[in-house]
Design a protein around this ligand. Structure first.
Ligand SMILES: N[C@@H](CCC(=O)N[C@@H](CS)C(=O)NCC(=O)O)C(=O)O
Length: 83
């Protein structure tokens, strides 16, 4: 869905925790696709982002952002400072 914000994650992933924290701080609702609980697979992630080598992988409102570092940069670029 175009308006969806999606975060692919896995367990024991500090960058995933960081990305989710940034989104929550901004009040942005998101769907988490966790690769560790059997619901989603790495193959499904690679279908969405063939070059993905790490998690998190983030889409905001349908636009591909990248990982946690890119999400932070996105907020800076859009004057949405992470508190
Ligand atoms: N620069 C990346 C770093 C992401 C990263 O290093 N993620 C780790 C887990 S926290 C990872 O996926 N490592 C490779 C792997 O576990 O297969 C970002 O900002 O998202």
């Amino acid at each position: 869905m175009e308006s969806q914000t999606i975060v692919w994650t896995k367990e024991n992933c500090p960058y995933c925790v960081k990305a989710k924290h940034m989104l929550k701080t901004k009040g942005i609702k998101f769907e988490e696709r966790n690769l560790s609980n059997g619901e989603w697979t790495r193959e499904q992630l690679l279908e969405a982002a063939p070059n993905a080598r790490t998690v998190p992988q983030i889409w905001m409102h349908g636009q591909y952002i990248g990982g946690a570092d890119q999400l932070e940069q996105y907020f800076e670029d859009h004057d949405m400072w992470v508190n």
